[in-house]
Design a protein around this ligand. Structure first.
Ligand code: G3P
Length: 221
């Protein structure tokens, strides 16, 4: 399972990257705004900075336009920034057309704002490289987000679709584990959810005991 971090914060990307297990980054207009990144030039430069931080990993950069021509114009500009840019396109009618256009041109895409199996099926048929079901936002409205990942896994496996399932809107470590059990190709989440996977109280108490025993043995030697 690939691990992406869902942020536009360079410090958090650097911290995740330093762990050595980061495979990519996803951003969205809200995350860019949260970092105060506005204006076309600053936005484009920020994407390049992120690409340079993650090395080989994919970096999703979202179009703002909602019409086909605008999405194509923005997406081509984003894709030209760096070979690792993946153009993020919303699951709307014009977006589906744009996904097909980019797919035909060899530009990689991430179909975002996916909340149903039907939307995921259409995204795959349009040739999306990644599909992003938002599991946390489904949980927020009392709908099982992880169950959607399982449904999409079944559908894609039935037909051999190559679109990678990118579980998005991940909120906590159990989301990651459940998505891994189902076979999601990628998860994107906050640094806190990734770091939470590492922690276990028995690891901490066990290490404390090992170090204490080692110290005692040295003192008695
Ligand atoms: O980047 C898309 C998605 O991961 C958003 O997550 O936490 O805003 O629902 P969230």
């Amino acid at each position: 399972m690939k691990f992406f971090i869902d942020t536009a914060n360079l410090d958090q990307i650097r911290e995740a990257s330093d762990l050595g297990i980061l495979d990519g980054v996803t951003t969205n207009p809200s995350l860019m705004a949260k970092e105060g990144i506005t204006g076309t030039d600053r936005v484009l430069k920020h994407y390049v900075d992120i690409c340079q931080l993650v090395g080989e990993g994919d970096v999703s950069a979202e179009v703002i336009a909602t019409d086909f021509e605008g999405m194509v114009r923005e997406g081509e500009e984003l894709a030209a920034l760096h070979p690792n840019i993946v153009v993020k396109v919303p699951m709307i009618r014009e977006g589906v057309k744009a996904l097909k256009y980019f797919s035909d041109k060899g530009i990689r895409t991430n179909c975002t704002l996916v909340f149903s199996a039907g939307q995921a099926l259409v995204a795959a048929k349009a040739g999306a490289s990644y599909v992003s079901p938002f599991i946390g936002r489904l949980d927020d409205i009392s709908t099982d987000g992880v169950e959607l990942i399982a449904q999409i896994r079944d559908i894609y496996d039935n037909y051999g679709f190559e679109t990678e399932i990118l579980a998005a809107s991940v909120r906590h470590p159990m989301h990651i584990i459940q998505c891994a059990e189902i076979g999601a190709d990628v998860m994107t989440g906050p640094l806190s959810a990734i770091l939470a996977l590492l922690r276990h109280p028995l690891t901490d108490s066990g290490l404390a005991q090992f170090l204490a025993d080692h110290k005692k043995a040295r003192e008695n030697a």
